[in-house]
Design a protein around this ligand. Structure first.
Ligand code: SF4
Length: 69
């Protein structure tokens, strides 16, 4: 695996904040506590793949999907 991608479902995020707490170098929150990457596909650097997987696994709404190359 060289790169992963994660995408956050815009309609699923409820702002629980678990994802950006676990992947603070990858994800950020907006002023209302929602992850700013809602509805976007982002590239995950190889050294942050574990954080991305933890973030996806922690989301109680299932809003983050890991896409494999
Ligand atoms: S953990 Fe899930 S619901 Fe919470 S901010 Fe992240 S994507 Fe949104």
């Amino acid at each position: 695996m060289t790169t992963d991608q994660s995408t956050s479902g815009a309609s699923l995020c409820r702002g629980h904040g678990r994802c950006y707490d676990l992947a603070e170098d990858l994800l950020e929150d907006d002023d209302e506590g929602f992850v700013t990457a809602r509805g976007q596909t982002i590239d995950v650097p190889p050294d942050q793949v574990a954080d991305a997987r933890n973030a996806a696994g922690s989301c109680p709404e299932g809003a983050i999907t890991i896409l494999e190359d």
